[in-house]
Design a protein around this ligand. Structure first.
Ligand code: ADE
Length: 332
């Protein structure tokens, strides 16, 4: 468990070519797509830039994909940046080079520095940038007009965004985990794009073990394709899929070694309950990766509860890992 979060969030080139390009190709999130269609059609009709959009949700649910699709559907350009890497000067360079109605996508926007966020306010509200010339209190502020652009911010932690910043996004969208049926449709689509033969039963099995997450589904499909190529004739039958899932140690619920190490450590070393810092040190992983990548799904399936006394493993987690649940309540 030693990958930095950046690595976990970035996608490889292959994944990029698998991405849907339009809202019609995008599977699931029906209500979100309908809402976006309305805003896009209205903005196009008025020949205006789309309102600024905040996409909120755990990694792997399609925030970057949706941002690109928004640009395609608007017929606009697309530029992207990563929040924590941006300095005020970078922002000024990016903003002054934007074209009318262009989409500026900022990933991990909650990690943008406070003063960079603040220089974003006039850009978002009035399409102008207050550029300081000189230093200190005698500095002159020169307002530089900007093209009417759309900021699309992506965040895993909406609560970490400053209130005034969050309020400047006219459209806020929450992405939720996909159903196994939606993932199965996406796996079918991805396997056609990758030219992989896969049985329907195998698709269903992979979908069931993808933890409601499109990125995990794509990565799992590619790993199992390799397994089928080397160990069999390249066709992903139900039997080959079962064998591969066992080989890669993906369990019935889609949990992998990292998830199980987290839960086992929580239960064995800490009696089922501890703070984020302690568990992070114990599994040699950074706190953010744990809170943003590993924990949300464990919470979603009821294996983990965030309590005032720390992270608590539930009875379900104990049972899944083959431990007897403790005789004191695991949730209070
Ligand atoms: N790839 C990533 N997200 C997707 C989605 N929602 N539908 C289809 N393919 C995808």
């Amino acid at each position: 468990m030693d990958k930095p979060i950046q690595q976990l969030l970035n996608e490889d080139e292959n994944q990029y070519s698998l991405r849907p390009q339009t809202l019609d190709e995008f599977i699931g999130l029906e209500q979100v797509k309908e809402q976006l269609r309305i805003h896009i059609e209205a903005a196009k009709g008025r020949r205006e830039a789309l309102e600024h959009i905040l996409l909120v949700g755990p990694p792997g649910l399609g925030k970057t994909t949706l941002a690109r699709i928004i640009a395609t559907e608007m017929g606009s350009g697309f530029k992207s940046a990563v929040g924590p890497m941006m300095e005020r000067l970078d922002l000024a360079t990016i903003l002054t080079n934007l074209e009318e109605r262009e989409i500026l996508f900022v990933d991990e926007i909650h990690r943008m520095r406070g003063y960079v966020q603040e220089s974003m306010y006039p850009a978002m509200e009035d399409y102008k940038l207050d550029l300081p010339i000189g230093q200190g209190p005698s500095a002159d502020i020169i307002p530089v007009p900007l093209a009417r652009f759309t900021l699309v911010g992506a965040t895993t932690r909406e609560g970490l965004l400053g209130g005034p910043f969050r309020d400047r996004f006219g459209i806020r969208i929450h992405l939720d985990y996909y159903t196994a049926e939606e993932i199965q449709i996406a796996i079918n689509r991805m396997s056609r794009l990758l030219n992989v033969k896969i049985e329907e039963e195998a698709e269903r099995e992979l979908a069931r073990r993808s933890r409601g997450n499109m990125r995990i589904a794509g990565n799992l499909l590619k790993k199992i394709r390799d397994y089928a190529t080397v160990k069999s004739d390249g066709i992903i039958t139900y039997e080959v899929a079962q064998e591969a899932l066992e080989f890669f140690r993906i369990d019935e619920l889609g949990l992998d070694e990292n998830d199980r190490l987290y839960l086992r450590t929580l239960i064995e070393k800490f009696g089922g309950r501890t703070g984020l810092k302690s568990i992070a040190v114990a599994v040699s992983e950074d706190e953010r990766t744990i809170a943003e990548v590993y924990e949300p799904f464990l919470i979603k399936i009821g294996f983990l509860n965030l309590t005032p006394m720390g992270r608590a493993a539930s009875d379900l987690a104990y049972e899944h890992l083959g431990y007897d649940p403790p005789d004191y309540p695991t949730l209070f």
